[in-house]
Design a binder for this molecule. Structure first.
Ligand code: NAD
Ligand code: 0WE
Length: 266
């Protein structure tokens, strides 16, 4: 693969470190010839992400943007003038840690509002802010997870936020479609990133996933990056409002139906 995104400019939100899915997507985009702007949430990540930008490409820029701060979103739009912007990747989620461990029924109003603001509404805020820059038929993608459509232990309020995010994809696809902008989601299998660190039982989850998935292995960040590059490319010009599963087929098989077949290689 090469030059799927030749001459296109892409904005990628949500790089925290080299394990971030946003960074793997940036690597795929750089390989495919895109010009890149990547964003990080706060001062604490500034140095790391500036170094990562330099590794992506000599022209890649790193800009701070907390999506809950309208002024930071506005200065991001300023930094991207005069455009055009061809691609936006939303790779952001947050819920209070205690809401990812206690029973879902104990979710507080504040915890619920926070998770949905950061993880779901922010797609609308970002797409709205960037729409005027996407004059040449842009493409927006976001990252989701199976917990949007199935109950996954402890995913809790994040599952509700991802359900809202996936509905956002469909409504944004409908409203931005007439301008030529496509909006899609990638529902990725579990991958060890900062957002997965410290989730109780995550390693066991990865093992069970590989056991049950038709391809009998875990998903890599690179594989998510490749599908993101495809979605941004002209090859996906008729795709919008979709959620693509990048999960080795896990979501397609019923639980407890182990066929006794080949186990993943250790
Ligand atoms: P990550 O921690 O590297 O990325 C999450 C990012 O969200 C971080 O960069 C963080 O700074 C950012 N963020 C949080 N609050 C923000 C705010 N207010 N403003 C701006 N940025 C903010 O972890 P990741 O696994 O790469 O997660 C990226 C996306 O992928 C998330 O939407 C996540 O739900 C999704 N996802 C992850 C997995 C997985 O197993 N790792 C699976 C499916 C989907
Ligand atoms: O979307 C996610 C994780 C998102 C996330 C992670 C954290 C950890 C640190 C949101 N907010 C926070 N807040 C923190 O304080 N994933 C898809 C990864 C993930 O998280 C899980 C999973 C999987 C998979 C939580 C419980 C069960 C499975």
């Amino acid at each position: 693969m090469s030059n799927l995104m030749h001459g296109k400019t892409a904005l990628i939100l949500g790089v925290a470190n080299k394990w971030s899915l946003a960074y793997a997507i940036g690597q795929a985009f750089a390989r495919e010839g895109a010009n890149l702007v990547i964003t990080y949430q706060g001062e604490r990540q500034k140095l790391t992400v500036e170094e990562l930008a330099a590794e992506l490409s000599p022209t890649a820029r790193a800009i701070q943007c907390d999506v809950t701060k309208p002024d930071e979103l506005a200065s991001l739009v300023e930094a991207l003038q005069p455009g055009p912007l061809d691609a936006v990747v939303h790779s952001i989620a947050f819920a209070n840690r205690e809401d990812l461990s206690r029973p879902f029924s104990e979710t507080s109003r504040d915890g619920f509002v926070l998770a949905l603001e950061v993880s779901a509404y922010s797609l609308v805020a970002v797409a709205k802010a960037m729409a005027p820059l996407m004059t040449g038929g842009g493409s927006v993608i976001t990252l989701s997870y199976l917990g949007a459509v199935r109950v996954i232990p402890n995913y809790n309020v994040m599952g509700v936020a991802k359900a809202a995010l996936e509905a956002n994809v469909r409504y944004m696809a409908a409203t931005l479609g007439p301008e030529g902008t496509r909006v899609n989601g990638i529902s990725a299998g579990p991958i060890k990133t900062l957002a997965a660190a410290g989730i109780a039982g995550f390693s066991t989850m990865l093992k069970n996933f590989a056991n049950a998935a038709p391809l009998r292995r875990n998903v890599t960040a690179d594989e998510v990056g490749n599908v993101a590059a495809f979605l941004m490319s002209d090859w996906a010009s008729a795709m919008t409002g979709e959620i693509l599963y990048v999960d080795n087929g896990y979501s397609q098989v019923a639980a407890g139906m182990d066929d006794g077949g080949e186990k993943p290689k250790e």
